[in-house]
Design a protein. Structure first.
Length: 340
């Protein structure tokens, strides 16, 4: 059951990458990611014992058992290594967008040549090529790690690729020493680690999409109260929706909140009583939230206070205001009306 579940998860990740290519421009790197994840999914599917047994039954009698299924697995991982090498090549400064396509064609051609040689000669050579390409990917990924959504996705993807390298080296060593292959219908060598590698690769491929969706959902929840209050005061800030995705909806909410705050401040008028905004984000957000909660109160704010502080994005600034807004007590007039 775990074989089928792993293959299903990796195929879902491949489908998600296909959807991203359909939405965004189909660049060489994006197409390579689709090919890489699809190859990993194919390898997981071919490694399922029932599928491997059905594939091996297609061979004529007299040939070694497991030849075709193992060759399919080796070829799939070779294709994964080639496609991932294309993505890694795009990360090097010496590679431009103009020559990336030519480099990709060369890598794919080398990969197909390696697949043909593996199927006709020895599987050991295929595992060696897979390990060598994986090392190039791991080195490139380590150079581009960062604490961002993309950097975290790269880290997970590189971890899965490093595990593939270790397993490919183990497979090559087994081929050199002549270790006994798994029998027909039996799990392949180190199959739990192969599944883990495929799952890490799938998670890394869709990490940035999943994280951006989660962050957008959290943003919508955090600014819900602030957005509702401001939109009731200034309904003109709500225009036609630009899209139905969660990320676009979150971006619209941020823009609507900023527009409503700007209108409430008088449309860019500077008020001397407001004074200069403080450098600390928390104090500034607390003042703006107090003013947004009760515009007729003691707090005075102008457009200088509403503008995002230096070093903070509009999304982060709106979240800070929303957090302070939730902590502010309701005006006495509203509390009295509620009690009545």
């Amino acid at each position: 059951m775990t074989f089928w579940l792993t293959a299903l998860i990796v195929w879902v990740a491949a489908g998600a990458r296909v959807g991203r290519v359909l939405v965004k421009p189909a660049t060489t790197a994006r197409v390579a990611i689709v090919v890489a994840v699809s190859a990993a999914a194919l390898a997981c599917t071919a490694a399922v014992p029932d599928v491997a047994l059905a594939v091996d039954n297609l061979l004529p009698r007299g040939l070694p058992p497991g030849r075709l299924s193992e060759g399919l697995v080796v070829s799939a991982w070779l294709l994964f290594a080639a496609a991932t090498s294309v993505v890694a090549s795009a990360a090097w400064p010496v590679v431009s967008r103009r020559n990336l396509r030519q480099i990709a064609l060369g890598i794919y051609g080398t990969g197909l040549f390696a697949v043909a040689g593996t199927l006709s000669a020895s599987f050991t050579a295929g595992w060696v090529v897979t390990a060598a390409a994986g090392v190039f990917v791991v080195v490139t990924g380590m150079r581009n790690l960062s604490w961002t959504a993309l950097g975290r996705g790269i880290a997970v993807y590189v971890t899965g690729t490093a595990l593939v390298v270790a397993l490919a080296v183990g497979q090559a060593q087994r081929g050199i020493t002549g270790a006994t292959r798994s029998g027909p219908g039996e799990p392949a060598w180190a199959w739990p680690f192969w599944q883990l590698a495929a799952l890490l690769i799938a998670c890394g491929a869709v990490w940035i999409v999943a994280e951006m969706w989660v962050r957008a959902r959290l943003l919508l929840r955090r600014v819900q109260t602030l957005h509702k209050v401001l939109v009731e005061r200034f309904p003109e800030v709500v225009q036609e929706e630009t899209g139905t995705s969660t990320q676009l909806e979150a971006s619209d909410r941020v823009a609507q909140i900023m527009d409503a705050l700007y209108l409430q401040s008088g449309g860019g008028v500077e008020i001397a009583a407001a004074g200069e905004p403080p450098t600390t984000v928390s104090a500034r957000a607390e003042r703006v939230a107090q003013w947004a909660r009760n515009p007729l109160g003691r707090a005075v704010v102008d457009s200088r206070w509403i503008a995002p502080p230096e070093g903070i994005s509009p999304r982060g600034w709106v979240q800070a205001i929303a957090a302070a807004f939730e902590a502010q007590p309701e005006p006495i007039e509203r509390q009295a009306v509620t009690v009545t």
